[in-house]
Design a protein around this ligand. Structure first.
Ligand code: ZN
Length: 171
């Protein structure tokens, strides 16, 4: 069975057992937005004790405060009513095992024509994980389209234990 066939079969079962009413609210009922990494080991809902439809999730490589993450956080807070943002980056992140130059090199090795365009992308690699959480929390706190009333918390999640380690709230 191909992955596509497996996905379609799984979806048919999901639909049969679908546990939610048709009129679920589209605003996060606990007024929480979570910015986290796309890492396949992370379960941000279970790790934070959140269920459908309690929170919005924004995921990207590293869980970074990229332009598009900021766009989604504005929508979550200003349009959907979220009042608290949890930035959940993590230990052993793939984006901390490489550098801007390292990613450009990998892409250029695949195909030399990729070197110039790859070097134009900011890959948002991570040097010091704690410093990166602090920096991204500051970017979010200072983003002019977000309200200063929105609380922003920064964490590192340990994928080996599931533990959520406070970074900014430990200050
Ligand atoms: Zn990661």
């Amino acid at each position: 069975m191909s992955e596509l066939e497996k996905v379609l079969a799984a979806n048919a079962e999901y639909v049969d057992a679908y546990p939610y009413p048709e009129d679920l609210p589209h605003r996060p009922t606990r007024k929480i937005a979570v910015l986290t990494c796309m890492d396949c080991r992370l379960e941000p809902d279970n790790a934070l004790g959140l269920a459908v439809p309690e929170a919005n999730y924004i995921r990207n490589a590293g869980g970074r405060a990229s332009d598009d993450a900021l766009r989604s956080l504005v929508v979550s807070t200003r349009l959907l009513g979220a009042e608290e943002i949890f930035v959940v980056q993590h230990l052993d992140c793939g984006m901390s095992g490489t550098t801007q130059a390292g990613i450009v090199e990998v892409l250029a090795r695949e195909n030399l024509t990729l070197e110039a365009p790859a070097s134009m992308v900011d890959w948002l690699t991570i040097g010091d994980p704690e410093a990166t959480v602090r920096a991204d929390v500051e970017i979010i706190r200072n983003y002019p389209l977000l309200s200063a009333d929105v609380a922003v918390h920064g964490f590192l999640l340990d994928p080996k234990t599931g533990a959520l380690l406070p970074v900014t709230d430990a200050d």
